[in-house]
Design a protein around this ligand. Structure first.
Ligand code: ATP
Length: 303
């Protein structure tokens, strides 16, 4: 019996570990709520590109059949460009990111990468091409080294440290008594919101994806950290096709195009300057934000 029990016990342990890490991954992305399954098409092809243009064409979507969330959403992010989405909480901003990552399939319309419908691509290859910097990064109860290298297990120690340098977290990590071996997470050192987002940025630099989704933290960071994170975002998004889900207008000023969403529809679009001169919803949000340092989501809710 003991002979039988040992492997079963081990299997149970592995199963729990797998379940645990899957749950952590889901939380890590911070985008997956329900996690509906989508399947690879029988003839799905792998995506293999360093330059990706993303196009949403007349996309409709609802999590439930009887409640439409997105209505006829069309926009394009040419390769290497940055598009930012702003709008009140619940407007559908994160839903765009979930659809691009293909957690769900569109109800109508098409999402294309370099002209190919993403439903014709293998999910694995699609997701390898997309890096997500979520608003709240989940740290594993492990070393800070493991937390940065997570997702790029083949990376060399030099590459991990280079990524940490580029994410401007190397000096902080080096200052800790145990350096990269410092235990973090719930049972270790607690990192601040800005430090956690830098860990996520370092992970993304290691993954080196052509497409980047940046889900800006809603919770206020101190203005020094916020400016630093924005600078780091500008560095990693240069030459990458970037979708920013923004909560602060200061983050979107330099985007090639800004989409203003309301009730699942794009109600205004353009550059910061063009939207200001249009004197519509974006201009109102901007004026409100100038008055206080409030987040865009709060500002747009007051409009
Ligand atoms: P926030 O700024 O608060 O993150 P958002 O603009 O990103 O908001 P979404 O998360 O895209 O908004 O949500 C759009 C709508 O879809 C909301 O009404 C929300 O309640 C609904 N929704 C989001 N996720 C699900 C889900 N898994 N199942 C059902 N409805 C959902």
């Amino acid at each position: 019996l003991t002979q039988l029990y040992a492997p079963l016990h081990f299997l149970g342990f592995v199963y729990r570990e797998i379940k645990h890490s899957l749950a952590d991954m889901e939380r890590m992305f911070g985008l997956l709520d329900a996690g509906a399954e989508v399947d690879d098409a029988p003839a799905a092809i792998p995506l293999a590109t360093r330059e990706a243009s993303v196009r949403f064409e007349h996309v409709d979507f609802g999590y439930d059949a009887n409640r439409k969330i997105l209505h006829d959403v069309s926009f394009e992010i040419p390769a290497g460009h940055t598009v930012a989405v702003v709008g009140a909480s619940g407007a559908g901003k994160s839903t765009l990111a979930r659809l691009l990552f293909r957690f769900y399939d569109v109800t109508a319309g098409t999402i294309r990468i370099n002209g190919t419908d993403i439903r014709a691509l293998t999910q694995d290859s699609l997701r390898r091409h997309i890096g997500i910097v979520p608003q709240d990064t989940v740290l594993f109860n492990d070393s800070i080294y493991y937390n940065i290298a997570y997702g790029a297990p083949d990376a060399s120690r030099d590459a991990v440290i280079d990524a940490a340098r580029s994410a401007h977290i190397h000096a902080f990590v080096s200052s800790l008594p145990d350096g990269y071996d410092t235990a973090v997470g719930e049972r270790g050192l607690k990192l601040s919101g800005g430090e956690k987002q830098r860990v996520a940025i370092a992970r993304t630099i290691l993954k080196n994806p052509p497409i980047l989704i940046f889900d800006e933290a809603t919770s206020a960071l101190d203005s020094h950290t916020e400016k630093a994170i924005q600078r780091e975002l500008a560095e990693i998004s240069a030459n990458r096709t970037t979708l920013i889900i923004a909560h602060r207008l200061s983050t979107v000023v330099h985007a090639h195009e800004i989409l203003v969403m309301e009730g699942g529809r794009i109600i205004e679009r353009g550059t910061h300057a063009a939207l200001l001169s249009r004197n519509g919803r974006y201009a109102q949000m901007w004026a409100l934000q100038q008055e206080g340092d409030s987040a865009v989501t709060q500002a747009s809710e007051q409009v």
